[in-house]
Design a protein around this ligand. Sequence first.
Ligand code: AMP
Ligand code: ZN
Length: 184
Amino acid sequence: MGGEEGNGGGMTKRMWWGSGAARVAPVVVVLLMGAGAVRAAEQTCVFCEIAAGKGAAEASVVYRDERVVAFMDRAPRNPGHVLVVPREHADDALTVPPATLGHLVQVAQRIARAIGRTDLKAEGFNLISNNGKAAGQTVFHLHLHVVPRFAGESATAAAGEPRPVRPAEELAAIAAKIRAALAP
Ligand code: AMP
Ligand code: ZN
C-alpha cells in the first residue's frame, strides 16, 4: 500500500508537472511565434528592404540621404511616379517622428521640382500619402507619392485601382533622368 501510495504520489507529482507544462507550453509557443512574427514582419517589409539597398528596386532609387530614400513606384500612376520613404521603419504618418515627416515632405518637394526639369513634361503633380487600410494604404511603411500629372489625363485610373508593374529598365531610365535633374 505504502508503495502504491508512493507511486501514486509520484504519479500525482509527475501529472502536476505534466499538466503544468501543458498549460505553460502553448503560452511559450505563442510568445515565441509572436517574436518570430515581429522579426519576420521587419525582415519582409519591402520598403525597409529597398531602404537598406536590397532587391531589384535598388536600381530605381532617385535620392538617398541619412533619413529618407526615394525610388520609382514599380506600378506608376504616370511615368515619373516616385515614392519617398523614411529609412527607419514607421507604419504611417502617425507613428513617424515629426521631424522625419517634415524632411520627407521637403525631399518630395525637391523631387517634384526635379521631375519638372526633366523631359517628362509634367504639368502638375499629386503629393499624397495613404494612411491606413481604409485610406487605401497597401504597403505599411510610410510613403509619400509624388505623381506627375498631365492635362487631359484619363480620370479612370483612380487611387487604389491596380496598375501594371513596369519593366525595371523603363523605371531605371526614368530614375536616371530624375537623378540627373536633382544633381546640383
Ligand atoms: P499605397 O497604396 O499608398 O500603400 O502605395 C503603395 C505603392 O507602393 C503602390 O503604388 C505600389 O505600386 C508601390 N510598390 C509596392 N511594392 C513596390 C516595390 N517593390 N517597388 C516599388 N514600388 C512598390
Ligand atoms: Zn519598413
